[in-house]
Design a binder for this molecule. Structure first.
Ligand code: MG
Length: 251
């Protein structure tokens, strides 16, 4: 389904959804500590979400068993929270969350390094992946083509020689979690579908310190780098406007 131009009423719900999402990701980022399990983090997300009145978009989405995806280090996305998965200082922790509010959906993700790393390349990967998302968002305005976004993201990641995950892409969002068009994190300016003012999209670069290729874990969900390299992921749901954009999941 193609993402629709949203009504004011729908945007009101998406702004509320995005605000809940951002508030919870921010809360989680501040409350992570060494020794927590990824299930502990998920439990925090679930209880905050309940108290704020949102619904967990990911729970049961195509059978996903939890409210949030938590992916560590070489895991790129779609990690399932587990009691026996313990976070430690130096880990890259990627939190990907979806919130439904008043029937409308937003999708967002952050990566962070817990505590201190031994290797500045880890911090750089997280920082630059976030910057590539900013670069992709900055080109948005009525009439922008998907390839303009893709190219802006790719040029940031290429300049640091990072791997760019190609098997997973950004997407339209709003009435459903994944709507058309796809928004790859690589591509050429001036190509691809045109986005109009009032459309809402989830832009989500995934970068690695190694190659582009990913593999699926035995659990059928967790996507990992094929070469075991570290990975980072950032995502915002963004409204395209006449002259620019509005980030709906801004922390
Ligand atoms: Mg997404």
């Amino acid at each position: 389904m193609q993402t629709r131009i949203k009504t004011e009423q729908e945007l009101k719900a998406m702004r509320a959804s995005g605000k809940i999402l951002a508030t919870i990701l921010n809360y989680l980022a501040k409350n992570l500590s060494e020794g927590m399990s990824t299930k502990d983090i998920s439990n925090l997300a679930a209880s905050e979400l309940r108290s704020m009145g949102g619904k967990p978009t990911f729970l049961n989405y195509q059978g996903f068993p939890d409210v949030i995806c938590i992916s560590i280090n070489n895991e790129v996305v779609h990690g399932i929270p587990r009691k026996n998965k313990i976070i430690k200082n130096g880990d890259i922790i990627s939190l990907d969350f979806g919130v439904t509010y008043d029937g409308m959906i937003t999708d967002g993700a952050i990566s962070l390094v817990l505590g201190k790393t031994q290797d500045s390349r880890t911090d750089d990967l997280v920082k630059i992946t976030s910057q590539s998302l900013d670069a992709g968002i900055k080109v948005l305005k009525d009439g922008v083509r998907v390839g303009d976004i893709s190219s802006a993201i790719q040029s940031v990641l290429d300049s640091f020689k990072y791997g760019i995950v190609r098997d997973l892409v950004g997407h339209g969002v709003g009435h459903q979690l994944h709507e058309d068009p796809n928004i790859p994190n690589y591509g050429s300016k001036g190509t691809g579908p045109i986005l109009k003012s009032g459309m809402t999209v989830a832009i989500e670069p995934m970068a690695t310190l190694g190659g582009d290729d990913v593999i699926f874990s035995n659990d059928g969900w967790t996507v990992m780098t094929a070469d075991g390299s570290l990975s980072a992921h950032f995502e915002n749901t963004v409204l395209v406007t006449e002259k620019g954009f509005e980030i709906l999941t801004k922390i």
